[in-house]
Design a binder for this molecule. Structure first.
Ligand code: NAP
Length: 319
């Protein structure tokens, strides 16, 4: 059988790509930096399979230049960067990397929640800048987390993993999602609430919805006005779920207490007003960024490609 050609837009951790090379040819050595779009457009016509990142827009222009393409294997669980409808029309599989990154991403949501509640980054800066002059009763006071109320917006795999962790803190857990999950309510002690009620009630709000046209700017000025002024917002979903300008205003005007963000509306740009605020913790989109998780994601994208190229339906096909 003729060896198939695979385009990989970036070097991936682990040894999965080496295994792929035993069965397929790569159209180029995967670059160590973001592949320029013109190079992607130049190489895609020869590709039988594409392994790409969430930071690349795989739209109609890319897909229509790829007559041989059988699979778009996204190195992420979210696939809002891909025109799935058009890929489906062209009978191209789109695959993602669910489950393997669930726990790592939930851990980061909790790292941001705790760091924002206890002002960990401000404390670190204070110590490094020699401004720590000794224990004081009122030094960098934060918020209690235990026995408070967490609201999870989007109860999918990661949302549930965030909720499960809250039980270790003795928290009441509310959720809102597209579909109610009565089985999980009982099993994990969760309460379904309409979004407005969740926002009014929760002390901590974790965003875990997929980005779709319906969830774009799901949280904006109106939603911030519903939240408690002691609330903390955590976003490890996708930046455009939040109206970033409205978030910056809510934090500046202390309509909410703090935020912990891993994702931004126009990555890698961050709204300039957020950069000026102390009550927001800014992570560089590293939700799934652990050594083990990123290696498992690489194995998954390769496995999905090999299945599609062998004429099988890939395990993680979403279309
Ligand atoms: P998932 O299991 O598919 O969960 C996504 C959730 O979004 C589902 O529970 C779904 O609700 C909900 N949802 C979708 N459309 C909705 C709508 N219109 N209204 C309300 N809820 C809606 O995916 P996952 O594995 O948990 O991942 C969730 C998201 O996290 C991904 O899409 C990705 O964008 C993001 N993520 C970020 C990182 C990072 O590095 N920061 C890492 C991994 C994932 P129902 O189940 O009720 O239908």
């Amino acid at each position: 059988m003729e060896r198939k050609k695979v385009l990989i837009t970036r070097q991936l951790p682990g040894d999965a790509v080496e295994k792929l090379k035993e069965e397929c040819d790569l159209l180029c050595d995967p670059p160590s930096d973001q592949m320029p779009r013109n190079q992607l457009l130049e190489l895609i016509p020869e590709a039988d399979a594409l392994i790409c990142l969430l930071s690349e827009t795989i739209d109609r222009e890319v897909i229509s230049r790829a007559p041989k393409l059988k699979v778009i294997s996204n190195y992420a669980v979210g696939y809002n960067n891909i025109d799935v409808a058009f890929a489906t029309e062209r009978k191209i599989y789109v695959t993602n990397t669910p489950d393997v990154l669930t726990e790592a991403t939930a851990d980061l949501a909790w790292a941001l929640l705790l760091a924002a509640a206890r002002r960990v980054v401000e404390g670190d800066e204070m110590v490094r800048q020699n401004r720590f002059t000794g224990w004081a009763p009122d030094l960098l006071l934060g918020l209690d987390v235990a026995y408070k109320t967490l609201g999870v917006v989007g109860l999918g795999r990661i949302g549930l993993a965030v909720a499960r962790r809250a039980k270790g803190f003795g928290m009441r857990v509310l959720y809102w999602s597209k579909n109610r999950k009565e089985q999980w309510e009982e099993q994990f002690g969760l309460e379904y609430q309409p979004l407005d009620t969740l926002l009014q009630t929760a002390d901590f709000v974790s965003l875990n919805v997929a980005l779709t046209p319906e969830t774009h700017h799901l949280i904006g000025e109106k939603e911030f006005s519903l939240m408690k002024n002691t609330a903390i917002l955590v976003n490890t979903a996708r930046g455009p779920v939040v109206d970033e300008a409205a978030l910056a205003a809510a934090l500046r005007e202390k309509k909410i207490w703090a935020a912990g963000l891993d994702v931004y509306e126009n990555e890698p740009e961050v709204h300039p007003d957020l950069l000026k605020l102390d009550n927001v913790i800014l992570a560089p989109h590293v939700g799934s960024g652990t050594i083990d998780t990123r290696a498992k994601m690489a194995e998954m994208v390769v496995s999905n490609v090999l299945m599609a190229l062998k004429g099988q339906r890939p395990t993680n096909a979403i279309n």
